[in-house]
Design a protein around this ligand. Structure first.
Ligand SMILES: C[S@@+](CC[C@H](N)C(=O)[O-])C[C@H]1O[C@@H](n2cnc3c(N)ncnc32)[C@H](O)[C@@H]1O
Length: 263
């Protein structure tokens, strides 16, 4: 319990410090490509009715909340970092939609919402431990979308600097990876499926997302650039959307995004 509080405190501090810079990365070619791919995949799963209640858990600066609210959905945005939430509030206020969003500070592993409160729950943070709690607050028949750390993609990236850790990760059933000192559980596509199915969620699809520009050997200079050729952007996003669904490629990405339906 004490360890958990320390982990939360350290996570909160890190995101508070990063808050004002978080959205900047999405203005680069790399960030814009990943945002486009995330959103294209998400669009296919959004509820038909605009009366649907959506939870954007660990939603940070509202990268996804803002477009959802503009589309007319009723959204609750929660996060542990007040710094990230303050940036979100500022953006929502500027867009004139702050009053349409419930913004609250809360831990995704200990949500303050009643069972079956939301028609759609997304948590794009990589915290596998939160799955059960996120499923609890999803209505029966509702959908859930969760980012998880990809075990094989992480091992591939780690191998050149630390072969022993990379091997330990692929050998173990419950391997962890460190991202900026924070510990995340890493899962394979099959383990991601198991995680949801044992909690009564039918997995609709698991996509491979994030970190694929390195696999395509896109030079760092282009990845970091803030202006780009639109034709190239379209080509890159088209191939990434195809690869995200391709079973033979799914092990390579940094993250997996699971879409499921609570039965
Ligand atoms: C990579 S950012 C993602 C933000 C947003 N989901 C997006 O896709 O742009 C991770 C976010 O998770 C939040 N976070 C980390 N641990 C959390 C926890 N236990 N409960 C709630 N939020 C958490 C961080 O504060 C940060 O805002």
């Amino acid at each position: 319990m004490e360890n958990r509080s320390k982990e939360i405190e350290s996570m909160r501090r890190r995101w508070d410090e990063h808050a004002e810079r978080y959205d900047e990365w999405y203005k680069t070619f790399h960030g814009a490509v990943e945002h486009y791919v995330d959103w294209e995949l998400l669009k296919g799963y959004l509820p038909k009715s605009k009366d649907a209640k959506i939870l954007d858990a660990a939603g940070g600066t509202g990268r996804i909340t803002l477009p959802l609210v503009k589309m007319g959905y009723s959204v609750t945005l929660c996060d542990i970092s007040l710094g990230m939430l303050n940036v979100a509030r500022r953006k929502l206020r500027r867009a004139g939609v702050l009053d349409n969003v419930e913004v609250c500070e809360c831990d995704v592993c200990k949500l303050r919402f009643a069972d079956e409160s939301f028609d759609f729950v997304l948590c794009w943070d990589g915290m596998a431990e939160a799955a059960k709690e996120l499923i609890r607050v999803t209505k029966k028949g509702g959908k859930i979308s969760m980012f998880l750390i990809n075990k094989y993609g992480s091992a591939i990236r780690k191998f050149h600097e630390d072969p022993s850790s990379a091997l330990a990760l692929v050998r173990s059933k419950s391997g962890y990876v460190y991202d900026e000192k924070e510990k995340y559980k890493a899962v394979s596509v099959e383990e991601a499926r198991e995680l949801f199915e044992k909690e009564g969620v039918k997995v609709i699809e698991i996509y491979a997302v994030c970190g694929m520009l390195d696999i395509l050997s896109i030079p760092e200079k282009i990845q970091e650039s803030r202006s780009w050729d639109e034709k190239f952007f379209k080509q890159v996003t088209e191939i990434l959307l195809k690869l995200s669904k391709e079973p033979s490629v799914k092990g390579l990405s940094k993250h997996l995004v699971v879409y499921g339906k609570k039965m």
